[in-house]
Design a protein around this ligand. Structure first.
Ligand code: ATP
Ligand code: MG
Length: 580
């Protein structure tokens, strides 16, 4: 399958994650902002926000929203808020708040001192609700949630008025106050907007504004036992913060008339809502409910399992923030939903690491070779190039000796056609060392190859033959005596299907999980320079891919390597084509 290069190569600093200077592509949202600035709307200000609900870890779809919103604020010299939409007390936890702050900062979302919580506006929201009650625009309703649904109608049929719609203003003021004071049980009453039960947009058929819930809130404690509904709260939050462009995903397009109704009824500041298509990524799921289920039920090792599409998962896998920004720039911002192939994201990090990651050698599945004509006890320090694309990266010394490890896959006793690696009687080049030739194999009683005996050509130090003879294959190796053992983890897609949700009736997306998504190699052999690899460093293991030193599981002198991405696109193996 053909590889598509990602746009704008980013400059990588291995230890920090700079805001590299990608020039963002324009998009329809930026065009609207340009027009607003030109017409003097919002007095030339641009103020965006990212409003997560703290009920899970952020994923790559959220990254798109953060990068879009904070990038606009940065480029238009405006402001960007991080605002927790913490209006639902039962699902929220401090762990999520902390992880979200870390992820937004890591992605370069600069909210300065504007770390905000919607729960801080509860009093203002309550006062505004009371204002609508007093204007006769909201009423207390005693229908249960089920009954309310029954009265709501359908897109083709109007709803029916609630029997409580005609309550007097005095009665509503009294009941709403008593709801707030905790006099009624959970679910017994709601406060509803008095709009139109026959409205063609179902969102405007007297939507609930408040529900009764005797629950402790992570910031407000037990102060409140009425909690605002999302649709009531959301527009108010943007209004309070004087957000100019309230950017959200397309599912909210038909909620916009309701937000407008509330703001108009109150006569308060009006942001402009703009909707863009949410990001869907192939071979994974981006629903918080499903991600939570994968974590809670132990299908993955946690929110930051490197197979997860969470920002913390990508970070632990070795992705950089700049590669995620490059990916978002590459895919752009559209109005229509689609599924982006995961290899587009993989290309973004591959491009970056190809330019910047130092090359090293490691053998994942070792086969011992002995060079019979190499003096026993001799160790030569070979000069290996750190990055062929970057002369300034220089060279390093790699010890060479009589006994080495190579990959099992690089040896075939009976070679297939065009096998240019090691096979009896054929010369092969050891990267940065010598040309060697397999002379014989040693097997155990069961017939398994235990070692390969070779000879080397001493005139080929560095890997080139002075007589110019062509050697087609080059393989990597490590000196057995000097090798450093390390744990290495290889990852594959979490789901084998492009769209894991594409299942037959009665089946579950989890049936599409890839049983081979994680392969752990307990004892790989690495060149000795890797003994001092520090958590957070990145390398290219020659011919094997790009690897990241796991920040949690590595110990001094004992790095654990996570494969970030393979050297080439390996997606040909996995289902690619859109279904049906
Ligand atoms: P929930 O169902 O819990 O509301 P959510 O994914 O919408 O899930 P939020 O915390 O409400 O989670 O999302 C915060 C912001 O991230 C919202 O403004 C939302 O529009 C945006 N967002 C969420 N998922 C995506 C996605 N896949 N692509 C782009 N933006 C997204
Ligand atoms: Mg949401």
């Amino acid at each position: 399958m053909s590889q598509r290069p990602a746009g704008g190569a980013a400059i990588l600093n291995l230890y920090n994650f700079p805001m590299e200077t990608l020039t963002p592509k324009t998009n329809f949202i930026r065009e609207i902002i340009d027009a607003d600035l030109a017409s003097g709307k919002f007095e030339g200000c641009v103020h965006t926000r990212f409003p997560p609900e703290p009920n899970g870890y952020l994923h790559i779809g959220h990254a798109k929203s953060i990068i879009l919103n904070s990038g606009i604020a940065r480029d238009y010299k405006g402001k960007f808020n991080l605002r927790f939409d913490d209006t639902n007390p039962s699902k929220e936890e401090q762990e999520y708040v902390d992880s979200i702050i870390e992820d937004v900062k890591w992605l370069g979302g600069d909210f300065e001192d504007r770390l905000l919580f919607a729960s801080d506006y509860f009093q203002a929201m309550y006062d505004w609700a009371m204002e609508l009650v007093k204007k006769g625009k909201a009423y207390v309703c005693d229908l249960s949630a089920d009954e309310m649904r029954g009265y709501r109608g359908t897109p083709s049929e109007p709803g029916k008025d609630s029997p409580f719609r005609g309550r007097t203003i005095e009665e509503n003021v009294n009941l709403f106050e008593r709801m707030k004071n905790g006099e009624f049980p959970d679910g017994s009453r709601t406060l509803r907007a008095k709009i139109d039960m026959a409205h063609p947009n179902l969102n405007l058929r007297d939507p609930a504004m408040y529900r009764i819930l005797h629950a402790e809130h992570h910031r407000q404690g037990n102060k409140w036992c009425v909690y605002p509904m999302y649709d009531w709260a959301h527009g108010l939050e943007d209004s309070i913060e004087k957000i100019t462009h309230s950017i959200c995903t397309v599912e909210f397009e038909n909620h916009r008339p309701l937000y407008d109704w509330f703001l108009d009824a109150l006569g308060i500041y009006h942001p402009q809502q703009l909707e863009f298509a949410r990001l869907n990524l192939s071979n994974t799921v981006l629903s918080k409910r499903k991600l939570l289920e994968l974590v809670r039920d132990g299908h993955v090792a946690g929110w930051d399992d490197p197979r997860m599409p969470t920002i913390s998962g990508f970070r632990r896998r070795g992705y950089t923030a700049s590669s995620i920004r490059a990916f978002c720039d590459e895919i752009g911002v559209a109005k229509f939903n689609s599924i982006i192939d995961i290899w587009v994201l993989e290309n973004a990090i591959r491009n970056e690491l190809n330019a910047a990651a130092p090359r090293v050698m490691a053998v994942l599945k070792p086969l011992k070779i002995v060079i019979d004509n190499y003096p026993e006890g001799l160790v030569e320090e070979m000069d290996a190039v750190n990055n062929p694309g970057d002369e300034a990266a220089g060279t390093r010394k790699v010890p060479f000796s009589r006994e080495l490890y190579i990959e099992q896959d690089d040896f075939k006793e009976v070679p297939p056609k065009k096998f240019f690696r090691m096979t009896p009687g054929q010369e092969v080049r050891l990267r940065a060392a010598y040309i060697i030739k397999c002379e014989s194999v040693v097997k155990d009683a069961a017939g398994n190859i235990t070692e390969v005996r070779c000879t080397y050509d001493p005139a080929t130090r560095g890997g080139d033959a002075p007589d110019g003879r062509k050697i087609k294959g080059t393989i990597h190796w490590v000196s057995a005596r000097h090798a450093v053992a390390a744990k290495v983890r290889l990852y594959d897609a979490l789901f084998t299907k492009r769209n894991p949700d594409d299942v037959e009736e009665g089946h579950d997306y989890k049936e599409n999980m890839n049983p081979g998504s994680l392969e752990v190699i307990e004892k790989a052999y690495c060149e000795p320079s890797l003994k001092s690899a520090r958590p957070g460093e990145r390398f290219q293991f020659e011919r094997l891919g790009y690897f990241f030193v796991d920040p949690k599981d590595s110990a001094p002198g004992a790095p654990v390597f996570n494969r970030t991405v393979t050297l080439k696109d390996t997606w040909a193996k996995i289902e690619q084509k859109p279904q049906g």
